[in-house]
Design a protein around this ligand. Structure first.
Ligand code: SF4
Length: 376
């Protein structure tokens, strides 16, 4: 039986092969730092709802535990939870009639259609059985503009309506970073349409529809559709004449070309990262014509608050347009302000003063160095 997760509904609508699996197929776990922060945030907010927390201080223990479990910044998590509690109180006061039973982090499963299992994990919801209406909330730790949440909310509404035999559902998407709310209202006609559309999706002939969305698909590693798309993308962007043709291409072809270019760049970056890992693990890799080694570059950044007094002194008062205090910009300003014979000395003094003030942070970055070893 096919299985669609509500959170993957947007992807399923772009490619109906994304929710189908070959037996034994290796799937990619699409994780990221943002995903870890999101997981930690959801765990803490489930407690916040259960405890009816009113201040972030009531959740100190949960924040520390969740941050440690997901290896994310405690401060960043606390900041998000503070916003979450604020949103929770406002939503409870506006949308949730008092006295209803609320559910936080409840797993839902439903066999909505023949041959298709739809599942979802709803962050927070309450049901008015008398009115046969539910209100549900979905916390997003990204920005509202990041994605179209309608397909996912439609799937959640369908799940709630089918399990509890409801007539209507209000879904509220809250994006924590920009504090915005998006309300989706599903009436009986919307729910009926959603069910029909899901059935159409499940019954449609399996077709690979590759594109930029493949980077969110768990099947991307072994998918023949994506492989073909990648080969086509490489052939297109490496075609000798393509750069010269761009000025005259129709707009639709320019956008396709751009998507293909991004795909090729992403694959190159993946392979480059794998080579970097190999050199880091094994040391120098010597081929027949070149040797690859690891190069370390120390990138220096200024701490604005510590650097500011040093810069003011060095420039004799900061010019009003100097709002971006990158180290390179400050050095060139100081050199420009110094007399011709004093430029190197002024630069050296600036570095010494910034170091004394602890205003320069150094972060090492690693890249591959290629040395040609071809013998004449
Ligand atoms: S990798 Fe792309 S083409 Fe393949 S199943 Fe996923 S979305 Fe479809």
């Amino acid at each position: 039986m096919n299985h669609i997760r509500a959170s993957a509904m947007g992807l399923a609508q772009k490619c109906n092969q994304s929710f189908r699996r070959e037996p034994g197929e290796v799937l990619v776990n699409i994780g990221s730092e943002d995903a870890s922060l999101g997981t930690a945030f959801h765990a803490v907010m489930a407690e916040a709802v259960r405890m009816r927390a009113e201040t972030v201080g009531e959740l100190d223990r949960e924040i520390l535990d969740a941050a440690a479990a997901e290896d994310v910044s405690v401060e960043e998590l606390r900041e998000l939870v503070e916003k979450g509690i604020d949103a929770m109180q406002r939503i409870r006061g506006t949308f949730f009639p008092p006295g209803q039973t609320e559910h936080a982090e409840q797993s839902l499963l439903a066999a909505v259609l023949p041959g298709l299992r739809l599942t979802g994990h709803i962050d927070w919801h309450a049901i008015d059985f008398h009115k046969r209406h539910a209100v549900m909330v979905d916390w997003k730790t990204g920005h509202l503009t990041d994605a179209d949440h309608k397909p996912q909310m439609t799937a959640y509404a369908l799940l709630l309506a089918s399990i509890y035999e409801l007539m209507s559902v209000t879904a509220i998407v809250v994006t924590m970073r920009d504090g915005r709310y998006q309300e989706h209202i599903f009436q009986p006609a919307n729910l009926r349409d959603a069910e029909v559309n899901l059935q159409v999706l499940a019954d449609a002939p399996p077709t690979y529809s590759p594109g930029p969305h493949c980077s969110r698909c768990p099947r991307q590693v072994a998918c023949p559709g994506r492989r073909e798309y990648g080969a086509l993308a490489v052939a297109t962007v490496t075609k000798g004449t393509i750069a010269a043709q761009v000025a005259d291409l129709p707009a639709v072809e320019v956008t396709h070309l751009y998507d293909q270019l991004c795909d090729v760049e992403k694959r190159c970056e993946e392979v480059r990262a794998a080579i970097r890992e190999r050199v880091q693990r094994d040391g120098a890799v010597a081929g027949d014509s070149a040797t690859l080694t690891m190069r370390t570059v120390n990138r220096r950044r200024l701490d604005p608050s510590l650097a500011w007094p040093v810069i003011e002194r060095a420039l004799g008062g900061v010019t009003p347009d100097l709002v971006d205090i990158r180290l390179g910009e400050v050095v060139s300003r100081v050199r420009a302000a110094a007399p011709d014979r004093e430029k190197a000395k002024a630069e050296k003094q600036l570095y010494a003063d910034l170091a004394d003030a602890g205003a320069v942070q150094t972060t090492p970055t690693y890249s591959i160095k290629r040395e040609d070893t071809t013998r004449e």
